[in-house]
Design a protein around this ligand. Structure first.
Ligand SMILES: *[C@@H]1O[C@H](CO)[C@@H](O)[C@H](O)[C@H]1NC(C)=O
Ligand SMILES: *[C@@H]1O[C@H](CO)[C@@H](O)[C@H](O)[C@H]1NC(C)=O
Ligand SMILES: *[C@@H]1O[C@H](CO)[C@@H](O)[C@H](O)[C@H]1NC(C)=O
Ligand SMILES: *[C@@H]1O[C@H](CO)[C@@H](O)[C@H](O)[C@H]1NC(C)=O
Length: 391
């Protein structure tokens, strides 16, 4: 309201030179008003130097925020009983830091159809760091054959996974549930059978543990592969403006893992209304459920990028997969030096969204892991491992 009053005031002042037939007596008052307005403007401009806030260029973003605070809040819709229950549970979990145990561990959760081709590489990565990690394997097709002692007896009860369907999210939740049983697990990394480590263990451990956010990929894509997959059946809880997209390969802190366990409301919306073929859309639950959910319940708690690198630059239906001859020191150095997160929208504009990867406010390389590597790359990777992971 006051914004409007202010603008009207400015308008009056601006029309002043044109108003020639005002009684001369009133002129001094208008001059005083004009002078005080100009002075006020100058003082404000000095105290709050303008930043890049487009809409209110007169004042700084701080000034803008103050103005919007005065406006009455948008009429809130009435929440359902389930939503209120969900909001309370989530707020309570977020405001209760997890119990600090003496031996904080990272849970490495592998989602794979069967045998993992890179166990020997991961063994090199884990070696010497016993007690600071735990491994979980969800094999959806066939019982894996393990070649590393770190993976033996680490299979969890698994079920079938159909690409694009909610069974993928179910497998993620199953891994989280099993890993949460160990109170020492403080951070949870989801990896595929084609993922490899890009750094040594200490680097990864410190990167994930000494920050309080989850590295969950999340961006707004107005195109057909983003919000085009939204279904109005998700209303009232999930509005189209809140629908988000992101790669499924997350790494999350314990509180967020508990929140995922606690959620049934939003999960069930995605189970029912985000699936391939529904309403002629090709909604893929594992690309939308967690990004949308965390964007709604804790947007500041997620990094908006994933620590697992994948190369979509060829713009094909599948990302680039590396073969043995691609594996060079240069390739790995290139991937580990990327410190910008890039998203491209799927509409005709193909808008490129670029953001620096900020870790506790400092720009750092984005990636700790990478995919997709063919099994045949194992020998080259083993040979290069101690070289490319020296930092
Ligand atoms: C993370 O910790 C910093 C202080 O270390 C705090 O300012 C920030 O609000 C925290 N963020 C979250 C999501 O808890
Ligand atoms: C992630 O993006 C949301 C907006 O969608 C923003 O509010 C949040 O601050 C971002 N997270 C970080 C850590 O910058
Ligand atoms: C590494 O990056 C440089 C500079 O962007 C590029 O010229 C080179 O081809 C890349 N090498 C590999 C192996 O990807
Ligand atoms: C690995 O690093 C060592 C020492 O920096 C170097 O001598 C060796 O050539 C490197 N090996 C490869 C395969 O790049």
């Amino acid at each position: 309201m006051k914004t409007q009053a202010w603008r009207l005031g400015m308008g009056d002042v601006q029309t002043l030179p044109g108003s020639r037939h005002r009684p001369p007596l009133k002129r001094p008052i208008w001059i005083i008003v004009l002078v005080s307005m100009v002075s006020l403007f100058l003082v404000c401009a000095y105290v709050y130097p303008p930043q890049s806030s487009a809409a209110c260029y007169v004042f700084s973003s701080r000034g803008c925020k103050a103005f919007t605070d005065w406006l009455p809040p948008a009429p809130a819709r009435e929440y359902t009983d389930e939503e209120i229950a969900s909001q309370i549970v989530i707020r309570e979990i977020l405001s209760t830091p997890p119990i600090q145990t003496k031996h904080a561990k990272i849970a490495f959760m592998f989602l794979s159809p069967g045998t993992l081709p890179f166990e020997k590489l991961w063994e090199k990565f884990f070696q010497g760091h016993e007690g600071r990690f735990s491994v979980y394997v969800h094999a959806s097709k066939e019982k894996p054959v393990h070649v590393s002692r770190y993976f033996v007896n680490r299979d969890i009860h698994s079920d079938q996974v159909v690409w694009g369907k909610i069974s993928m999210v179910d497998a993620e939740r199953r891994l989280l549930g099993n890993a949460l049983k160990d109170p020492d697990n403080q951070h949870f990394v989801l990896l595929s059978d084609s993922c490899v480590p890009l750094h040594n263990f200490d680097y990864v451990y410190n990167y994930l543990m000494y920050t309080n956010i989850s590295f969950l990929d999340c961006f707004y894509d107005p195109g057909p592969h983003g919000n085009g997959r939204y279904s109005e059946h998700m209303l009232p809880e999930i509005e189209k403006k809140d629908f988000r997209k992101g790669a499924q390969w997350f790494s999350m802190k314990r509180q967020h893992a508990v929140i995922v366990m606690a959620d049934s409301l939003y999960y069930s919306k995605f189970r029912e209304y985000c699936k391939p073929g529904l309403e002629g859309k090709n909604c893929i639950a594992d690309e939308h459920y967690l990004p949308t959910f965390f964007h709604m319940v804790d947007p500041g708690g997620i990094a908006n990028w994933s620590v697992t690198h994948v190369d979509w630059s060829e713009r094909k239906w599948h990302p680039k997969s590396y073969r043995a001859q691609d594996i060079t020191y240069d390739l790995l150095k290139n991937i580990t030096s990327i410190d910008l997160s890039i998203h491209v929208t799927s509409d005709d504009r193909k808008e490129v969204q670029v953001q620096p990867c900020l870790w506790n406010g400092i720009q750092r390389p984005c990636y700790l892991f990478a995919r997709k590597f063919y099994p045949g790359t194992i020998d080259n990777l083993l040979q290069l491992f101690s070289n490319y992971t020296t930092i």
